[in-house]
Design a binder for this molecule. Structure first.
Ligand SMILES: Nc1ncnc2c1ncn2[C@@H]1O[C@H](COP(=O)(O)OP(=O)(O)OP(=O)(O)O)[C@@H](O)[C@H]1O
Ligand SMILES: [Mg+2]
Length: 228
């Protein structure tokens, strides 16, 4: 059975214009990622991992090339369409969680769902509670971010990334700030949601332990990708 392609990059280039010289950080990159793939992106500091993830996450634009998400050519999409894709087809987990401090864990998880369809508030709340349970935080739902540990905040961020059943979860060094034991717990959660929900996950990491549990590691080097 052919797997569905959820992400496709075609000859993507990214150049940062500098005062002295331009930095050609992504070079004619071609990548295809299938639904349900659990992919790690590795490479040394400055190799362009975050740049690539920001392109995939529509937080930045390539200088040339095409980027398809779930079959949609995002390089042709309007800002409005891109915002819709970001909220509904992508889920983000960053090194720093970016939870809103005025809101509880539950409300933070619900938020992208409410932005999508406020009229489904009750269903969204049920789903958010279920997701908090999936990440082992059912008894922390009413805590605010300041009342949670670093690992707990990261788990809330994962639940929030899942709320709209995104096509792809993008994570940039999600355990970069956490101790080894807590990191491993988060890695297991990624593995679990990948297996149980066939969730596509692309994670940038320096952790060999995390890379070892992914299906494939893409190594960024000189603007190109080497597959392990
Ligand atoms: N907005 C920008 N303008 C100019 N240069 C940039 C910009 N953002 C990143 N760069 C440069 O592009 C290169 C790639 O940066 P990027 O953040 O993608 O690296 P990275 O692989 O994520 O590194 P790390 O592992 O340290 O997070 C770096 O040399 C960086 O200095
Ligand atoms: Mg980075």
């Amino acid at each position: 059975m052919n797997k569905k392609i959820v992400l496709k990059l075609e000859n993507v280039n990214k150049i940062y214009e500098g005062n002295i010289e331009d930095i050609h950080i992504i070079r004619d990159l071609n990548v295809e990622i299938n639904e349900g793939d659990f992919i790690s992106i590795m490479g040394k500091s400055g190799s362009g991992k975050s740049t690539l993830l920001n392109l995939i996450g529509l937080l930045d634009k390539p200088n040339s090339g095409k980027l398809f998400i779930d079959g949609i050519d995002t390089t042709q999409a309007s800002d409005l369409e891109k915002n819709m894709i970001k909220n509904e087809k992508l889920g983000f987990v960053f090194q720093f969680h970016y939870l809103l401090k005025e809101f509880t864990a539950l409300e933070n998880v619900m938020l992208p769902g409410l932005l999508k369809d406020y009229s489904k508030k009750n269903e969204i709340k049920e789903r958010a509670l279920k997701l908090l349970k999936d990440v082992g935080l059912e008894d922390r739902a009413l805590h605010r971010p300041t009342e949670l540990s670093g690992g707990e905040k990261q788990r809330v961020a994962i639940a929030r990334a899942m709320i709209n059943s995104p096509k792809i979860i993008l994570a940039d060094e999600p355990t970069g700030n956490l101790d080894e034991e807590t990191s491993e717990k988060i890695h297991e959660i990624f593995k679990k949601i990948n297996k149980e929900f066939n969730q596509t996950i692309i994670v940038v990491t320096h952790s060999k332990e995390l890379a070892s549990i992914t299906d494939k590691s893409l190594i960024l080097k000189k603007g190109k990708i080497e597959t392990l």
